[in-house]
Design a protein around this ligand. Sequence first.
Ligand SMILES: Cc1cc2nc3c(=O)[nH]c(=O)nc-3n(C[C@H](O)[C@H](O)[C@H](O)COP(=O)(O)OP(=O)(O)OC[C@H]3O[C@@H](n4cnc5c(N)ncnc54)[C@H](O)[C@@H]3O)c2cc1C
Ligand SMILES: *[C@@H]1O[C@H](CO)[C@@H](O)[C@H](O)[C@H]1NC(C)=O
Ligand SMILES: *[C@@H]1O[C@H](CO)[C@@H](O)[C@H](O)[C@H]1NC(C)=O
Ligand SMILES: *[C@@H]1O[C@H](CO)[C@@H](O)[C@H](O)[C@H]1NC(C)=O
Ligand SMILES: *[C@@H]1O[C@H](CO)[C@@H](O)[C@H](O)[C@H]1NC(C)=O
Ligand SMILES: *[C@@H]1O[C@H](CO)[C@@H](O)[C@H](O)[C@H]1NC(C)=O
Ligand SMILES: *[C@@H]1O[C@H](CO)[C@@H](O)[C@H](O)[C@H]1NC(C)=O
Length: 587
Amino acid sequence: MIFVQYPVMLSAVWSILALSAAPLPLLATSLRLSAWAELNRTVSGRLVQGVPFARACFPHVGAGVAGSFNKAQCEAVQTAYVTPEVLQTSLGAYINTQWETCQATSEQCLLNFTDPADPVAIASHGGICAQGSVPDFGVNVQSAEDVKAAFTFSRETGVPLVVKGTGHDYKGRSGGAGTLAIWTHNLGGVVHEPKFIPTGCSKKTPTRNAVTIGAGVAYEELVDFADANSLTIPAGGCITVGAAGGYPQGGGHSMFSNVHGLAADRVIEIEVVTPRGDHLIANECQNTDIFWAMRGGGGGTFGVTLKMTTLVFPATTVNAVFATIDPSVPGQLLQFFQFMTDNALSYAQQGWGYYLYPSLPGISMSNTILSEKEAQASVKTLMDLVTKNFTGTNTWEMTLEPNYKTYYPKYVTRIPVPVGFAMTISSRLMPAKNFETAAGRQAIASAMTSIMKEAPVAIAFGVAPFFHGNTNNTSVNPAWYDSLWHLAIANTWNYNQTASSLTTIYQDLSTGIEPFRKLAPTSGAYPNEADVYEPNFAESFWGSNYPRLLAIKQKYDPEHLLDCWQCVGWKGPKDPRYKCYIPIEGL
Ligand SMILES: Cc1cc2nc3c(=O)[nH]c(=O)nc-3n(C[C@H](O)[C@H](O)[C@H](O)COP(=O)(O)OP(=O)(O)OC[C@H]3O[C@@H](n4cnc5c(N)ncnc54)[C@H](O)[C@@H]3O)c2cc1C
Ligand SMILES: *[C@@H]1O[C@H](CO)[C@@H](O)[C@H](O)[C@H]1NC(C)=O
Ligand SMILES: *[C@@H]1O[C@H](CO)[C@@H](O)[C@H](O)[C@H]1NC(C)=O
Ligand SMILES: *[C@@H]1O[C@H](CO)[C@@H](O)[C@H](O)[C@H]1NC(C)=O
Ligand SMILES: *[C@@H]1O[C@H](CO)[C@@H](O)[C@H](O)[C@H]1NC(C)=O
Ligand SMILES: *[C@@H]1O[C@H](CO)[C@@H](O)[C@H](O)[C@H]1NC(C)=O
Ligand SMILES: *[C@@H]1O[C@H](CO)[C@@H](O)[C@H](O)[C@H]1NC(C)=O
């Protein structure tokens, strides 16, 4: 293992505004303090300190950590420790907690997630709450001027930037040791625009049914808004994911993406501030290059979204299925996977979206384009398989949900995605081509049986925009549109890891997905839910779109003010801003 000893980042100790004993020479300290204070004046007092979420539970702190021990506050933190609705509102909290820590040095401020009151966790690292990868400060953005001020500050001081919305990112791209966060969480606002015409387009342009949302709006608000306005706005597997942040910018799949496209397919306008300081409206009529790049090229790379306009659909009923099968009956699991691979192509063509859970094992499916009768006929062989052919304890439910709001908790978040503790993923897109022959389908089913049922978390997402097709509007890997499945495996862990046990976890997960990489060597992976150490990341995440994305990155961010891990234009892991990532050999 290559272990790179990074120089101590000066900026990490700049966060001493609230500290009395400064370990720096007075001159440097006062210079830097005044720079932060000046930034705070420029952003009208909206500079906030990044404080690790569980800070109030710890008697001692590491360098630069603000706040204080407070019993009542600690109890509130313990109560909310795995509640994404609370976590996503805090600058110092990350949904997958390893991204709040410094994994390479085990500096952290974590609780035992299965028992947040467990005193052993609090005492475990000398009772010290460390800053980890929590940004030292954040600009609580309210305007384009605030974002420009953060860019200017970073350019003048060398303090690295991150953009943070909800903190859901699986690759740690919204945090970083010694950073200043451009924190978009409080950019609210949702407006329904039933006859939207993109700015700068001809008045004769056909109008679109759309909503314009602030960058801080999460799906929890949109699902209610859609319901109140008789609309459907598809959300992913967790309702607190940001609707205008990393999700649509990196792709954004949902139960409805087979038919309605990825979230990136539905974006029709973006208001953005670029690192050059331009405040632009990007759509199909103006600033088309950055518009294309920000529909799949990834968050935190080309600019900071202030607002986004996205297509919406009329309220709809939803045909939904939830089934579980008994894995203890020999051969039954393989038979189930075999059935699903055999039917994957026809299900996609009939407009089904689904999450197939090998570790449940079971499936949740939905369809908005077939009538109730057609939907029942379409899944009859599956129903017969589960309820008649299979033995042991199997379950089958099928309903016509009146609307998205009743459908979503019953069929999407019914199997919750882990939040409030550490989780990491590796994944592969499985092309439709692989499902065309009996041998191809059998290879997928047997690989699933051997790999996915072993993984603590595993999902075959039947969410590729196959039915929707490629309209050449997005910069996601074109492989998405020729695929049927996004196959993902994951691992989770608690607070008590070491750098070496984490190295093993990441490496095992990376090799765990290899059988799928071998079955689909030229497809790729979904960057928002991928191996943190994805081999050949540029090709894997963006395929033939990468060269153009890189050129657009260079145009709008020539100074690399917005770099992030395995993002377009990434210069590799050696930059000190990545010092908290576990260094893995070969990367
Ligand atoms: C519990 C859970 C469930 C998920 N379910 C799904 C799912 O069903 N489908 C799916 O496709 N994905 C899913 N994801 C993955 C999700 O797409 C990514 O985590 C995504 O990066 C989240 O974006 P965010 O803005 O909410 O998070 P953040 O961590 O705040 O940001 C993610 C990235 O976007 C950038 N960013 C955020 N806001 C802005 C902005 N205003 N301007 C520019 N850049 C910005 C950040 O810099 C970072 O690079 C899930 C993740 C979790 C944790
Ligand atoms: C920024 O200024 C505001 C208003 O003066 C103040 O309340 C806030 O604490 C300051 N932020 C920091 C990080 O010092
Ligand atoms: C977390 O707390 C639970 C319940 O007290 C305990 O069983 C478990 O061992 C703890 N986990 C770790 C990693 O210490
Ligand atoms: C279920 O059993 C019936 C009757 O034996 C058989 O015809 C059918 O092919 C089986 N279904 C599947 C999906 O194997
Ligand atoms: C997308 O581009 C491809 C290749 O240039 C072309 O064959 C296809 O027709 C285009 N699709 C649409 C919907 O424009
Ligand atoms: C998307 O592609 C279609 C077909 O190529 C085109 O008609 C439409 O205007 C595009 N939409 C956007 C927002 O680019
Ligand atoms: C963490 O604690 C759990 C429960 O006590 C234990 O089983 C596990 O081995 C520990 N992990 C490491 C890496 O020490």
